[in-house]
Design a protein around this ligand. Structure first.
Ligand code: NDP
Length: 498
């Protein structure tokens, strides 16, 4: 039976998941849907492959991951085109996404040994007769569950780091972008064909739920906060550790001494790139009063020039058709409650597109300020000073990223944002800095991908002590005498009792 297709909405036909372009409805991918038994079998195969992959050591994995990186770089146009066709993202945005992912594969491959490899750590006087050794060992099999909005960058942020750390990965791509997910798996198999080190299972949310219950050793989830709670509940049943990269409602703060052109440029790009469907996208801007009007003018001028459409434009379609209702509701609610649309507005929603919309003086308790909009919209509200801006930015349960524009106080203001990341005088740039960890606080999740923390996220510490001399003060043995204990008391008072 053939289901009725709404462009962009995935359907299952004859046991196959069919993804389509949200702009044209053209078929983009057709992948077999996994049953719970298929998911378990994929995890069993990944478990068998894990010993081989871990056994290659850091150097063997580095060499293979760097070959994958080279392949991704060489075929960047092909991958960007697939991202464009399947999710609607403008090709230029897709290219930027792949470039960032390639950089992360490179860094994870090159740095895993240094960060995770065996090393001696210092002994302390109290156990000086032992040497101390530390290494970070892989968990085994990691389940990666990904979203559709950055179908390359986001899963690679977990996958590259998990693989570099010595794990194998079973990946459940979003139902909206299964072809991109399978492309990543297939290209990895071109360079690592011996064993199923990276595999994919396709389907709707139930396949993700099956992955959580499949006995994987860790789940790396990226997606909405609501689904994250379900993932955690499923993982709790087997005490499977989870990494949660969830939603956000990031704010930009513009201080009096900011370069307003640069700030407007970053607000428009940070808020509207990928049609605003960005977890770390700028959705709210707080501008100190003296520069508010000038800033809004510059934003409106820039955002008003952006082109909207299927091909060769700045802003593509909304990938997930159901999101159009959320965006419409946020705009309507903001305007109904006294906000002003200085660009776009309720008429901006023209499925499958949303035209750039800038809303000012929007009540702080409205949906457009409090909930993730995930559309090409910005709210801009005036504040007395940077302190009020910080208080408003921090007033939500989310805490993913953020941005601050200014000179004298900007770094200090960025430190006060309740968020896992911040950019000073730019927007979103922390995502591409492979040396920095990526992740949020509060309802934006916990755990980190990228950087040294991102590598450690996919390995557990293994601590070993090794005797190197006889104990002068035997304590951890029943052979100790009363005199030994008395000497111990004396030493501890001498060392720590002052
Ligand atoms: P969803 O939470 O809807 O889906 C995320 C993934 O989880 C999909 O693969 C989905 O499968 C799967 N899933 C759905 N139900 C379950 C379940 N019960 N158990 C296990 N897995 C399940 O998010 P979206 O795909 O809509 O992505 C958008 C969200 O992701 C936004 O909130 C955005 O902010 C966030 N995000 C966060 C990032 C970060 O790094 N913090 C980066 C990118 C996005 P299916 O699609 O088949 O339903």
């Amino acid at each position: 039976m053939t289901a009725v297709r709404v462009p962009g909405t995935p359907v299952i036909e004859d046991g196959r998941l069919v993804s389509t372009s949200p702009a044209t409805g053209a078929e983009a991918g057709r992948l077999p849907v996994a049953t719970a038994a298929d998911v378990e079998a994929a995890v069993a195969r990944a478990r068998a492959a894990a010993a081989w992959w871990a056994g290659l050591g850091f150097n063997g994995r580095r060499e293979r991951l760097l070959r994958w990186r080279a392949l991704l770089a060489k075929r960047i146009e092909e991958l960007a085109e697939l991202v464009h066709v399947e999710g609607g993202k403008p090709v230029a945005d897709a290219i930027v996404e792949v470039v960032t992912a390639v950089e992360h594969v490179d860094w994870a491959a090159r740095n895993a040994r240094r960060v995770l490899g065996p090393r001696r750590v210092r002994s302390r006087l109290v156990l000086a007769e032992f040497s101390a050794h530390l290494e970070y060992q892989p968990f085994g099999v990691v389940g990666v569950i990904g979203p559709w909005n950055y179908p390359v960058f986001t899963p690679i942020g977990s996958t590259a780091y998990a693989l570099a750390a010595g794990n194998t990965v079973v990946f459940k791509p979003s139902e909206y972008t299964p072809a991109v997910g399978q492309w990543l798996v297939d290209t990895f198999a071109e360079v690592v064909g011996e064993q199923p080190v990276l595999s994919a299972v396709h389907g709707f949310g139930d396949v993700g739920a099956a992955l959580c219950r499949s006995g994987v050793d860790k789940v790396a989830f990226t997606g909405s906060t609501a689904t994250a709670k379900r993932v955690m509940a499923a993982c709790a049943e087997s005490l499977t550790p989870v990494l949660i990269e969830a939603g956000g409602k990031d704010a930009m703060i513009v201080d009096t001494d900011a370069d307003l052109d640069a700030a407007a440029n970053a607000a428009v790009w940070g808020g509207l790139t990928n049609a605003g469907q960005t977890c770390i996208g700028i959705e709210r801007v707080y501008v100190v009063e003296p520069v508010f009007d000038a800033f809004v003018d510059k934003v409106v001028q820039r955002a008003g020039r952006l082109t909207v459409g299927a091909d060769g434009t700045d802003i593509g379609p909304i990938t997930m058709p159901s999101q159009l209702d959320v965006i419409r509701r946020h705009i309507d609610d903001a305007v109904a409650r006294g906000g002003r649309a200085v660009l776009g507005g309720p008429d901006a929603v023209q499925p499958p597109y949303v035209h750039p919309t800038v809303l000012v003086d929007v009540p702080e308790d409205s949906a457009a300020v409090r909930e993730e909009t995930f559309g090409p919209t910005l709210t801009i509200n005036p504040v007395r000073d940077a302190d009020e801006a910080v208080a408003r930015a921090n007033a939500l349960p989310y805490g993913l990223g953020g941005s601050v524009f200014g000179r004298r106080r900007a770094v200090a203001v960025a430190a006060r944002l309740r968020s896992g990341m911040a950019s000073v005088n730019s927007a979103l740039t922390f995502a591409g800095m492979s040396t920095l960890p990526f992740g949020g606080v509060g309802e934006s999740g916990f755990g980190r991908i990228h950087g040294e923390d991102g590598l450690r996220e996919f390995a557990h510490a293994k601590a070993v002590t090794r005797r190197r001399a006889r104990s002068l003060l035997p304590a951890m043995t029943f052979d100790r005498t009363e005199a030994d204990v008395a000497r111990l008391v004396k030493v501890v008072k001498m060392m720590y009792g002052r």
